[in-house]
Design a protein around this ligand. Sequence first.
Ligand code: FAD
Length: 482
Amino acid sequence: MSEKIVIVGNGMAGARLASELHARGGDRKVTVLGAEPHRAYNRIMLSTLLAGKIGEPDVELAEVAGQGVDLRFGVTATAIDRAARTVATDDGDRIAYDHLVLATGSRALVPPLPGLDGPELPPRIVPFRTLDDCRRILAVAEGARRVLVLGGGLLGLEAARGLAARGLDVAVVHPVPYLMERQLDPAGAAVLAGTLAGLGVTTHLAVAATAVAADADGVRLDLADGRSLHADLLVLSCGVRPDTTLAAAAGLAVERGVLVDDRMRTSDRRISAIGDCVQHDGTVTGLVAPAWAQARVVAQVLTGEDPLARYRPRPPVTRLKAAGIDLAAMGDPGGTDGDSEGEELTFADPARGTYARLRITDERLTGAILLGDNPAVGTVIQLFDRGQPVPSDRRALLLGRALGVAPAEPAATPALMPDAATVCQCNNVSKGALVACWRSGARTVDAVVAGTRAGTGCGSCRDAVAGIVGWLSDVDSVEVAR
Ligand SMILES: Cc1cc2nc3c(=O)[nH]c(=O)nc-3n(C[C@H](O)[C@H](O)[C@H](O)COP(=O)(O)OP(=O)(O)OC[C@H]3O[C@@H](n4cnc5c(N)ncnc54)[C@H](O)[C@@H]3O)c2cc1C
């Protein structure tokens, strides 16, 4: 009898797992339950959709369909019976499993403010997590002039920039004294605030919201300093919480996320968990690269391709996806994790919106913030990602001047990139993998993207991939093979 695998959640992790299982063939039945009413989509491109740079069809994820895969949209798993090995759904079904995978993701946090405590959010107040949220924001924005964004983290700023690009007057309210405090330092955040101001986004920092009132005419946000801000739309971007409801109700071990081991197994060996809903080695990630790496591990283990496959987390690199703002942040640039030995380099040119801070320990980059035009950003990410030694002339990294270091942008001179260099962070695709795909017959950017998945996550490496394909097309294949 064929093995029955049930995946709860048709988001970025669940949909990827279904596709990884499908790609490995075999005789198994895979059922995917997705609470959202539509096909799987690329959630991280919602910022770009909000900014009007792409349309809804561009965020759809290629789906597995066909024999052995049963995709059910708009169906929520309501309970797990671990003894009977069944999942109950809100449409009255009970689905048997041999192995269950939880990919329930996370939910947007709604702050506990007066005015937001009802069962439904008032009109004109929308969180930013799902495609439906995005549709609602755009519908309200249609007739709006002024927008407030509560939360100055990465997503709040992406939303703010996107809405400002649509000609709206946008203000961000952030309770912390500086923006994106998880990735930036105060000096870098000040430069970012200046860049945002130039793009039509005002920031109110170090002030908490105390209450919200909304009606059909508009929204009022009361602040702790006594001011009240008025707008036509309020976007909530106050963080996310792993969705562990189902797991906790089933008695699985849960802390901030569903606890998993290196093979993504929960406290029940018949149940795995992947993506935003998990806590691995004390960490909850909230990023797509780990979610996709975890999906791969589960597929390898469940299909027997590599029963001993293990998830090995890689240090995350954060990039802001907002037109007119180049920002990359990684590691611990401030040395706050106790590294007092490290070497620290900073450069700031606020008038030009440029800021760079690097931390180097034992000739290796342990953290960096690069804001504004810095042609070395690709090189810095590579050095950080691979833990390679930094060049002796540090100015090359700090200022982006090619002073004896290899290429600034990977795609600019791909010939000099090491094969092991990671080009696509979301899918962990190296230059070597792109070259191998080209050698195996893919001759266009689309074919190489389809063959390797490079560029299908946040899309920030698309130019680099195109540069490498262009270089491969130009050079003699014999030379490349050498
Ligand atoms: C606007 C935006 C921009 C982002 N940008 C980036 C970025 O640039 N880089 C990056 O790495 N990450 C980014 N992220 C985060 C990234 O989207 C998440 O890390 C990723 O989506 C996690 O995938 P997941 O499948 O675990 O969760 P999700 O994508 O949230 O999917 C979980 C799915 O499970 C469903 N579900 C939950 N419970 C049930 C149930 N009981 N029954 C059935 N279905 C259920 C949910 O409805 C949802 O569809 C961004 C997120 C947002 C919102």
